[in-house]
Structures are given as structure tokens and as C-alpha cells.
Write a protein that binds this ligand. Structure first.
Ligand SMILES: *Cc1c(COP(=O)(O)O)cnc(C)c1O
Length: 294
């Protein structure tokens, strides 16, 4: 999560309820003890009220933020492979420079190779657990070595090559299908995809505000072969990654089967990003923001 110093000088958390609920689901997926998510939010808000102003000065730090990472691990005094009865909860706060991690010409994604998967049916891809990250770092290093920024995670099944996520963030595609414009992201049903809070927010904002402009919003499987066809037919309009860390990052290049696709940068991502920022920095009042009094 992040703690934002708003343009009005107030501190805000963005949809912290969704984050603490997800932390409970993630913790119990790996058999850590359950807890009351509201109590976790109390701890986070208290820490933010005390340490927030030390790092985010009320006047000088408007438009800046701290990164918040709550972390939980089993702490039983035992080596056994068994369900822990005790756990340690740590909440880390770290200063970060700016909200925009995007590149002017977009980031580069390298499609994962056959046999390299991030998540699988019945696994834990949907949960925010450490085991989802370490195993992807070799592929990430290889993508960097070849001049891309991160990995586009694919999964081959049922005769399709499904897009799942990009790096450690959710992915959206804008394309034209039968003369209609569609904004598509893979569904969370099936457990392959992490239930991003940014993803859910983008979906809600897009349905509410882009629907009336004729953009159809869909959560459905995306097959890489279909995306390849859209590239050839010049129907791929935008691709972007979303998440707390990357925020909304437009993709400029996708490397797939030895070819580089140039992806246009469009205004759907830019507008969604603007709407999220307005809420995070308190330019508009919104139920997704929780003000922390400091
Ligand atoms: C955290 C994360 C996301 C994005 O989730 P947000 O709640 O939007 O930050 C997406 N994918 C993975 C693998 C993640 O770890």
C-alpha cells in the first residue's frame, strides 16, 4: 500500500480495507493464523499517523508518498513442516521519489518462455505470498539482460497461450474487435491472477466512466495468438500494467517469439491514471480514500 501526502496537505491511504482483507486471505492460504483485518488497519493507520509526518512534511511533501509493506511470517520455535501457531507481523514504511514510474516511450515486456510459469491452477498465484516472487526473478533478470523491463507471464493450457500478469502487476489490453473498442483484463476466477486493488479500481472507474463513451470493459481470458493477430491487423491500441508499485505503466514493446511488437501509447491509460491520482491526492472527495490525521 502507499501513504500519500495530498495536494491539500492531508495524509491518505488508498482502499486500505481491500488491502487488509487481501492480507488475511493471503496469510490463511499459507496456513498463517487468521487476524481481524480492521485491527491490522488500525496498526497501519497508527504507524502512518506517527511516522508519516516525519517523512512527508505537511507542506513540503505534497504529491509525495511512502510505500507501506506489512509482512507476516510464522515464528514458531520449531523446524517442523507444520501449521504455525505463532506469527510475527512487521509493518515497514519506506520513502519513494514520485508516483510516475513509467517511461516516456513505455516499458518493454518479454513474453515468458515455454516451461516458465508464474502461477498454475490450484496454486497460490492469487495470494500475496513470498513464494510468488523469488521463482520469477531469474526470468526477470533475463528480460533485463535482453533490454526489456519485465516479464509478460503466459500460461499454455487448453490450446491457448493465456496472458496472466506482467512482472508483479496486473495487465490490461485495449483493442478493437468487430469495430468496437474493448478494455480487457484476465479474470481472477481460477486463481492464476493476483487480485490487485489497482486492477479492481481501474475496472470500476472504466465501467463507470468509459462505458458511456463506447468502451466495453471485460474480464476474460486473453490468448497471445489473438493479441498477435490484433497486432498484425493494427487493432491493438494499448497495453498497460497496473499495481501499487508500477501504478499505471504503459507498455511500448512486447517481445514474443523473437519478434518485437511496437505497442502504441494511448489515452485510456492516461485518463485512468489521472482519475486514480485525483482520488489518491485528495483533489476529489472519494470513498476509496481514508484520511489519516497527523
Ligand atoms: C501486488 C501485486 C499486484 C498488484 O496489486 P495491487 O493491489 O494493485 O498493488 C499484481 N500482481 C502481483 C503478482 C502482485 O504481487
Amino acid at each position: 500500500m502507499r501513504l500519500y501526502r495530498g495536494h491539500d496537505g492531508k495524509l491518505r491511504l488508498f482502499r486500505p480495507w481491500s488491502n487488509t482483507d487481501r492480507m488475511l486471505r493471503s496469510a490463511t492460504r499459507i496456513a498463517l493464523p487468521a487476524f481481524d483485518p480492521a485491527a491490522l488497519l488500525d496498526l497501519i493507520a497508527t504507524l502512518c499517523a506517527v511516522d508519516g509526518p516525519r517523512w512527508l512534511d505537511r507542506d513540503g511533501a505534497r504529491g509525495r508518498y511512502l510505500y507501506i509493506r506489512p509482512l507476516m511470517f510464522g515464528s514458531d520455535p520449531s523446524y517442523g513442516v507444520e501449521k504455525p501457531e505463532e506469527a510475527m507481523l512487521v509493518i515497514m514504511l519506506a520513502p519513494q521519489p514520485s508516483v510516475d514510474t513509467g517511461r516516456p516511450r513505455g516499458i518493454g515486456l518479454l513474453a515468458s518462455e515455454e516451461g516458465t510459469v508464474r502461477a498454475w491452477p490450484g496454486g497460490h498465484g492469487w495470494a500475496k505470498v513470498g513464494a510468488n516472487y523469488g521463482p520469477g526473478l531469474n526470468a526477470q533478470g533475463e528480460a533485463r539482460r535482453r533490454g526489456y523491463d519485465t516479464v509478460l507471464w503466459l500460461l499454455e493450457r487448453g490450446g491457448a497461450l493465456e496472458l496472466t500478469e506482467g512482472g508483479a502487476s496486473n495487465i490490461f489490453v485495449v483493442w478493437d474487435v468487430d469495430g468496437r473498442t474493448e478494455l480487457v483484463t484476465p479474470p481472477i476466477e481460477g486463481g492464476l491472477i493476483l487480485e490487485g486493488v489497482t486492477r479492481a479500481s481501474i475496472l470500476e472507474l472504466a465501467r463507470e466512466r468509459l462505458g458511456r463513451e463506447g468502451v466495453e470493459v471485460a474480464e476474460k481470458k486473453l490468448d497471445m495468438r489473438e493479441v498477435a493477430r490484433a497486432v498484425r491487423e493494427d487493432r491493438l491500441k494499448e497495453v498497460f500494467l497496473v499495481g501499487t508499485a508500477v501504478f499505471v505503466s504503459q507498455v511500448g514493446v512486447i517481445g514474443f517469439e523473437g519478434e518485437d511488437w511496437q505497442v502504441p501509447l494511448g489515452e485510456v491509460a492516461t485518463r485512468l491514471k489521472g482519475w486514480l491520482k485525483e482520488i489518491m491526492y485528495g483533489d476529489v472527495a472519494h470513498e476509496w480514500a481514508l484520511v489519516v490525521n497527523d
